[in-house]
Every structure is written in structure tokens, then in C-alpha cells.
Design a protein. Structure first.
Length: 187
């Protein structure tokens, strides 16, 4: 009977050792799982950050390309608008030609509206006219004396400026008021 008890004790000890080993292995496995899970989460976050950086870099590249293209197009836009300012008086033109000219003018103005809609869609806008000279938005190309206006107020816009979103593509070229008569026409 003692031998049986000893044998049972041995078996019970072995089972307890196995259970202890299983618990230790289980804890080790849980720690490894937690470590792997944390690594996976970090990798997932790193990948999400990489995607954001890549998207931002792509958008920056597109904006830069658009900016260069628009700077090349701006002089043509200016000339187009200048041409529209000088539409001739057709009041004395005979009727068949007058209708054709009016239709042509209507078409030209419709093209201008398409341009303006495209500008709005891409975030291109004129620098708004203001009375006060702002060196971040304006480039003074001359001075005039007008005692009725404050110093450094804008007297005339020589060439409109343009912005893409909030970045100045080309500053407005302006004539600035000066009360110093010796400096007239000298920027």
C-alpha cells in the first residue's frame, strides 16, 4: 500500500510538474502573442503613416506641377482679358454682320466663363483689389502723388496678381500713392 501511495505521489508530482510547465509555456505563449500583436499594430500604424506621406507627396507634386503650368498660362489669360476690354463698338455695323459679331462676342465671353469656372475648381483666384499696399501681395512698379489718398494706398493696378489656394503665384503690379512729389514714377 505504501508503494501504491508512493507511486500515486510520483504520478501526482509528475502531473503537477506537467501542469506547471504547461502554465509556464502558456504564459510564454501569451507573452509572445502579445509581442507579435504589438509588432503588428506598429507595422500597421507605420504603413498608414507611409500611405499618408505618399499621398501628401503626390499632392505636393501635383500642386507644384499645376503651379508651374499656371505661371506659364497667366500671360495668355491676361492678354485674353485685355482683348475683351477692347471689344469694338458695333452699333454702326450692318445687321447681318452685326449679328455674327455679337454671336462671336457671346462665344468669347462663354469661353471666359469656362476659364473662370476652371479657376474656381482648381483654387486659382485673382488677388483681391485692396486700397492698402501689401508687399506680400503687391509689387510696386511706380508711384503717383495724390494728396487725397493715404500714403502707400494703391492708386492703380497695372497687372492683376494671382493666387493658387493660399500661395501667391504672381503678385499684383501696382502704382502706389506717395506724398513725396520728388519720387513720382520711381518705385
Amino acid at each position: 500500500m505504501n508503494q501504491e501511495k508512493e507511486k500515486d505521489q510520483e504520478i501526482l508530482g509528475a502531473v503537477e510538474d506537467n501542469e506547471a510547465n504547461d502554465v509556464n509555456e502558456s504564459e510564454t505563449d501569451c507573452l509572445k502573442c502579445a509581442e507579435y500583436l504589438e509588432g503588428w499594430r506598429r507595422a500597421k500604424a507605420d504603413y498608414a503613416n507611409l500611405e499618408k506621406q505618399t499621398d501628401k507627396a503626390r499632392l505636393d507634386y501635383i500642386a507644384f506641377a499645376n503651379e508651374n503650368l499656371l505661371q506659364e498660362i497667366l500671360p495668355a489669360i491676361d492678354q485674353y482679358e485685355t482683348a475683351l476690354e477692347f471689344i469694338p463698338d458695333i452699333s454702326k455695323v450692318a445687321e447681318p454682320e452685326k449679328t455674327q459679331i455679337l454671336n462671336w462676342i457671346t462665344g468669347i465671353k462663354a469661353v471666359k466663363q469656362l476659364w473662370e469656372q476652371m479657376f474656381e475648381d482648381i483654387g486659382l483666384k485673382r488677388i483681391p483689389e485692396s486700397e492698402k499696399f501689401d508687399p506680400t501681395l503687391h509689387n510696386a512698379v511706380g508711384k503717383e502723388v495724390d494728396k487725397t489718398k493715404p500714403v502707400d494706398s494703391i492708386v492703380k493696378i497695372v497687372q492683376p496678381g494671382w493666387m493658387l489656394k493660399n500661395k501667391v503665384l504672381r503678385p499684383s503690379r501696382v502704382i502706389v500713392n506717395s506724398h513725396d512729389e520728388d519720387q513720382e514714377d520711381n518705385p
